[in-house]
Design a protein around this ligand. Sequence first.
Ligand code: GLA
Ligand code: ZN
Length: 670
Amino acid sequence: MKPMFNRILFGGDYNPNQWPQDIWQEDMAMFEKAHINSATINVFSWAQIQPSENQYDFSELDQIVALLSKEKKEIVLATATGALPAWMFKTYPEVGRTDYQGRHHKFGQRHNACPNSLVYQKYAAALAGKLAERYGDNPNVICWHINNEYQGDCYCDNCEKAFRVWLKDKYQTIDALNKAWNMSFWGHTVYEWDEIVLPNALSEGIGQDKTAFAGISIDYRRFSSDSLLENFKMERAAIRQFDPSTPVTTNLMGTFKGLDYFKWAKEMDIVSWDNYPAYNTPWSLVSMTHDLMRGLKQQPFMLMEQTPSQQNWQPYNSLKKPGQMRAQSYQTIAHGADTIQFFQLRRSIGACEKFHGAVIEHVGHENTRVFRETADLGKELSQLSEIMGTENHGKTALLFDWDNYWALEYTSGPTIDLTYVDQIHHYYRYFYDRNIPVDMVSEMDDLTGYDLVVAPVLYMVKAGVSERLTTFVEKGGTLVTTYMSGIVDQSDNVHLGGYPGPLRELAGIWVEEIDALAPEQVNQVRINDHLSGSSYLVSDIIHLEGAEALAHYTSNFYAGMPAVTKHAYGKGTVFYFGTRLDTASFDHIMNDVKETAGIEPILAEQTALEITRRQSESHDYYFLINFQSAPQTLPARFAGKVDLLSGMTLEDKQQLPQYSTYIIKEERHL
Ligand code: GLA
Ligand code: ZN
């Protein structure tokens, strides 16, 4: 597709307003040395540009914009609404949030606005509009960055009123709402809309994360995501009054639970996100998260933030080792990014982020490892713009759905160890290890074009989903689904008639009971009558209704019953995992899945390298990255090819050290 920008944006969050002006000049000189061509500004400057209710002061921002424009930097201009100014709290305490415990917050921190406060909305929209009016036609302003990492909930009276309006719109009648939430349970029937209260610690909440009425709490999650999305749309509309065309984004946070990003992405011109893995985050999970962010629009995205070296907010903030930042940057590009931006360009002197890494460190000069690595990467990226707009295509789709995420984690029973992202990642890992490209898709996405659809813990099956999956299988597709699937509808009420509800006929099984296995409990299984394995987490007790068993339990009172099944349906096949298997057993069955679906890896050879492919209409770009601590041998397939980054020819059996990265460009012969 046509790229959104003219070159790979390389830069990041820049806060000159925290520094005296002589430092700005030093910054410009150092940016030049580091090949930095872009700066994201004004992210948290509301207090500077609106010092009081009726007073705006753009003089400093004017200077910053003028300086960056003179230096020919592309500007990502934030609307500064991610942190409220103190005067607003003082005059209008309602702009603050009321938390889950019911405490109304005072001025402090950031991401602190009640999304349903009309005062906040008025001032946020006014500010976005003024910025667009002032800077929207500056050709250097190439992207709008609305707010920052939208997140968090509010349980104030304004939100409660707004929740009732949202519910009225959704359910129309109080009877429909009572039915949806199954309110005859514990005598919860309501008769008037104003009897409905927000589900927090003072009402339905059980502990921090559980609830007595998942139906209410899931609707609150949807409402909360929608409330913030309305804030985003409101600022976007204010911008569009003055600037009809500059792309608008907001920085997302990967698998962050609070917002339904598939819904959000529809409102964004380009997806951007902030990638902050911990020192021990599996590379497969980072890869999956990039694929998810690409999958929101199935288009290239922006890496709005990563640290060049270190974070401050993890429990252990390890340095990125030499070469690691480069490798991670190329991993990001390999999975679909068209920009590499950092938080932050200069390290702040005070408050909680002074230990957060930056391109320019506290020492203030460029003779640092981090600066050198940044500059080297910047130089490489300045010659790689041909990669922009190229696409990632897979034949395997992995379903990710925020409603499902919320519902699965709210549900009371059968085990507290069922967490959504971990479950999805468990399936993704198989493909990652084999260099099989995966597209992360929503339940609502079109499945045409895929050969394999993997739908783990498809707990909530909303209207239309089972029909879509059935059509996919009937036409010859292969579907994988698992325990805790087909259980409830969109309101968290059970699909009656036996698990897995609407998927029962498709899977050709009936799950009579679901056992929970505590961490110290393991079941034994036998796979295809020759391999012994172990099973964890949950054990479905399965009756075959047309499917065949691929594995049986060999322990517990359900020994002899199926643990994994395979069902021919229409022209396709459905695999069902009734339990979580050890890796070897799981991979063994997944090999069957892969062969049944006819899925091909990018590279047939076994390798521990991460190999990803982006494609233009005429060319393939193979990204080879070694994330293993031990050196890896170059796959024979790439021997004699030229690395696009270094211009070097790769040699047969060449040893690739940790974090080494190569891009091989090949013409595609159709
Ligand atoms: C987030 C924020 C940034 C900064 C970084 C630190 O991504 O958007 O403002 O706080 O975290 O890692
Ligand atoms: Zn509120």
